[in-house]
Design a protein around this ligand. Structure first.
Ligand code: MIG
Length: 817
């Protein structure tokens, strides 16, 4: 004992300042005082303060700070608290705040939060010892791990669908070497959902500084989320379903506006098509070979010395004439725009940026310079309103030349040497901050500037914006892709999981480089990837500069044929995909729906073997499989299913062995589904005929489907210029009802062909439409009807389907059988 004592004295002499140098965990402390104003409850504690704000019955915000709260500002959240019914009790040691859907129990000594259902079940609780506390500037909220708790969400992070036992770092990074285990990715969505005991909740930590979410990684005691500086600021969301939580999260952070329809077609990219003749001949080849396509891209080599908002005068002498030629082919052009502005004399973008003080600065007032493709560059401060407006005017110069797609890359910010110093000053919409807080929103604000400019200057036409980096809320302005993946089977499946996870996190419009960015895919990998791509929200093939050419015809005739048919099928499916985007714009439901959305409590869907399966829209189950596997195991969740290729029925809640030969991606349709389709076209600019094909799959459960259509290219839908109708299927009454149309838009279609799947001829022989008898004709098809892309195709089983056609009059119509 005595010896130890001496040792401490000795250590004290050797390291006199050790105590206090590295801060210990500093808790929030006990409640001293409570202040209430409107829907906000402030708790002053011995070591700081916390604030509770009720945003809606299921959304409660918690802020925690040492000192007075900073001005309330967020790039992610746009809504204000809604007036709602709240009940409060204040007893010794315990305060409760109850809405109609959740009770927040607040202990005072020390201050801790527990969220409960109205029947008293614990949804989510602070760790009793640590709650929210600080380690130096870092602020962390520790939550008790619930038994069997699963965690989903967090946007663009690899790993399993269920993130239990792992952690995610949010620090936007250009990571061309990323793989499944990488913690640094290109975008930040600090939002997850916890699932346990048939309960589900969401937590969105709106703090854009570097953060870490640990879902029981390295500790079986708690999960936690930590921000490296600033306030703890999170929204707790409770709802009985995952869908409801996504709905609330996207109520807070916004939803994807309906994209221009052409951006939902096939998109071809490469680093880089040049000169102009290469771009145009590539585009023409798609047309010659009847491979449907709507968009083609230019990567960085179109510019003059990589100077943004310029064109290489030799490679692209007349951009406007060029986009005109593409337009004649029914195609749109997207160009890449990086944030770095080359420091160069007589370059107006640079000159204006300097003269009007639009760039990011060091604290001493000099412009920050970093090196990237153009050499040394300055970087626009997109957190400054003036910079955003200026940027928009430069975007106009492209729009004036007929460019309609704007691809924002390198906006993490990526520079040679990787590290952009934290001390840089950013405007932060007048509130001023450093790069520490701004980094993760930089790409988001760049995409916003691009979108706002394009929207303003495109004569009422919808632009398409694609960004690599982003933060919660990015979905209001831009689509996103998952950066530099590799031409490997694993990366194809990883990409599906990333897109599914983005979908769980409010980002509907997402894609990956089909074919893989780096490396050269094998025939089978490329083919399979093209198949999966047809069932992703954004369908874009892209590859790096030193890879082989990767257009559909570069892999031999078989691959080309398969690619053509899957792309074609996507075009036929556009009415369904478009309506899916409409739905997403209303409630945030993604196109790629991880099975965790609809089958949350089915443990099999989290099995690593099945975790990448998803529903594409409400009805089509996609089971992604490697190109090398010609047989695979597929899990069909609860309900009844049909093989999409041959209508073979399957009962759900079982694993089946599926045919996954190279031309056959396992695809299943949920019983009771209503899927609108159109005839095969090669561009969305083509005439899609007068017939809407409504595919009805017999089922036991009633189903409703909202069909939606508008002009596909303008914002007139915002003022009611759309066509919307509810289609209801009632199996008990043997009836399909087309509701009266809503909106002022006239549908492209005026004939409905009802294609009946899973029905027997006897069942529908007395079919009537509005009381008038109709003959149901059996059509011999291989896929849906003989008009469709997979018709007469390879090994698909021949099948008779039943169909009946009738004119549409926009009023309520009843089909009875
Ligand atoms: O330093 O513009 O992720 O899609 O082709 C690489 C060239 C910069 C990275 C993007 C990639 C793009 C490439 N870019």
């Amino acid at each position: 004992m005595k010896r130890y004592y001496l040792l401490w004295i000795l250590l004290g002499i050797l390291y006199p300042n050790m105590k206090g140098q590295v801060p210990a965990n500093s808790p929030l402390g006990n409640v001293k005082k409570i202040e209430v104003s409107h829907s906000t409850y402030t708790f002053l504690t011995t070591n700081g303060r916390a604030q509770v704000t009720v945003y809606s019955p299921g959304v409660i915000r918690i802020r925690v700070a040492h000192q007075a709260f900073a001005p309330d500002f967020s790039y992610a959240v746009e809504v204000k608290p809604e007036a709602c019914h709240v009940q409060v009790t204040d007893a010794k040691g315990l305060y409760t705040i109850s809405t109609d859907s959740v009770t927040l129990r607040i202990t005072k000594d020390p201050l801790r939060f527990t969220f409960l259902t109205k029947t008293g079940e614990v949804i989510n609780a602070d760790d009793p010892a640590f709650g929210t506390s600080w380690l130096g500037e870092e602020v962390t909220t520790y939550k008790t791990l619930q038994p069997g708790e699963r965690f989903i969400g967090m946007g663009e992070h690899g790993g399993n669908l269920d993130r239990a036992g792992t952690a995610c770092v949010n620090y936007n990074t250009d990571n061309p070497e990323y793989d499944d285990a990488s913690d640094r990715m290109y975008s930040t969505i600090p939002f997850y959902m916890g699932l346990h005991d048939h309960l589900a909740y969401g937590i969105f930590m709106d703090n854009s500084s570097r953060s870490l979410f640990s879902f029981g990684a390295g500790s079986n005691r708690f999960d936690y989320f930590r921000a490296s500086c600033g306030e703890m600021n999170y929204y707790f969301i409770y709802h009985s379903t995952v869908k409801g939580i996504i709905g609330s999260y996207t109520w807070l952070t916004g939803r994807t506006p309906i994209p221009p329809i052409w951006s939902l077609g096939y998109q071809q990219c490469r680093w880089c098509y040049f000169p102009e003749a290469d771009l145009l001949s590539t585009a023409a080849k798609f047309r010659e070979r009847h491979i449907p396509i709507d968009m083609i891209y230019l990567d960085i080599n179109y510019m003059d010395h990589y100077k943004i908002f310029t064109w290489d005068p030799n490679r692209f002498p007349d951009p406007k004439a060029m986009t005109g030629k593409l337009q004649k082919m029914g195609m749109h052009l997207a160009v890449i725009i990086d944030p770095g502005v080359k420091i160069a004399k007589n370059y107006p973008v640079y000159q204006q940026g300097v003269d009007s003080s639009l760039f990011i600065k060091y604290p001493d007032g000099t412009n920050y310079a970093g090196q990237v493709w153009p050499g040394w560059c300055n970087f626009p401060d997109f957190t400054m309103p003036k910079t955003r407006a200026w940027w928009g005017r430069w975007v106009k110069t492209y729009a004036d030349e007929g460019v309609t797609g704007f691809w924002n890359d390198m906006n993490e910010i990526a520079v040679w040497g990787k590290e952009v110093p934290d001390l840089l000053n950013l405007n932060w919409d007048g509130l001023h901050t450093t790069y520490r807080q701004a980094k993760n929103v930089y790409g988001f604000q760049m995409a916003r500037s691009t979108y706002e400019g394009a929207k303003k200057y495109m004569d009422g036409k919808r632009p398409f914006v694609l960004s690599r980096s982003g933060y919660s809320g990015l979905q209001r302005y831009t689509a996103i892709w998952t950066g530099d993946n590799q031409a490997k089977e694993d990366h194809m499946l990883l990409g599906v999981r990333l897109i599914n996870s983005l979908g769980l996190s409010g980002v509907t419009f997402a894609g990956m480089d089909v074919g893989g960015f780096s490396g050269n895919p094998t025939q089978s990998l490329y083919t399979r990837w093209m198949e999966i791509g047809a069932f992703l929200p954004m369908y874009r093939a892209h590859t790096t500069i030193n890879s082989n050419r990767e257009e559909p015809w570069d892999f031999g005739e078989t691959c080309e044929d398969i690619a053509r048919r899957y792309i074609g099928f996507r075009y036929q499916l556009l009415p369904y995909i478009y309506a899916g985007f409409y739905e997403s714009s209303q409630d945030g439901m993604p196109l790629n729906r991880s099975l965790a959305i609809n089958y949350t409590n089915d443990s099999t869907i989290y099995d690593p073997e099945f975790q990448q399966e998803y529903l594409f829209g409400p009805s089509i189950l996609v089971a992604p499989v490697k190109g090398t596997e010609s047989l695979c195991r597929v899990y069909l969740p609860e309900g009844n299913w049909y093989d999409l290729f041959n209508d073979k029925p399957y009962a759900g809640k079982q694993v089946i062995v599926a045919n996954s030969e190279l031309n056959r991606l396992p695809l299943y349709v949920k019983a009771g589904s209503i899927i609108p389709m159109q005839k095969l076209v090669e561009s969305t600019a083509d005439n899609s005929g007068d017939t809407l094909f409504i595919n009805l799959y017999e089922g036991q459960q009633p189903n409703q489907y909202r069909y939606y259509e508008d002009d596909g290219t303008t914002y007139k839908y915002e003022s009611g210029h759309y066509y919307k109708r509810l289609i209801s299927y009632d199996p008990q009454q043997a009836m399909l009802t087309f509701g009266k149309k809503e909106g002022s838009f006239t549908s492209r279609f005026h004939v409905i062909t009802l294609v009946l799947h899973g029905f027997t001829p006897e069942e529908v022989q007395h079919l009537t439409v509005n009381g008038a008898a109709k003959t149901v004709t059996p059509e011999e098809i291989r896929f849906f009807t003989s008009h469709f892309a997979f018709a007469d195709y390879g090994p698909f089983d021949t099948k008779h389907v039943l169909s009946v056609s009738f004119p549409d009059n926009d009023n309520e119509m009843q089909v009875h059988w």
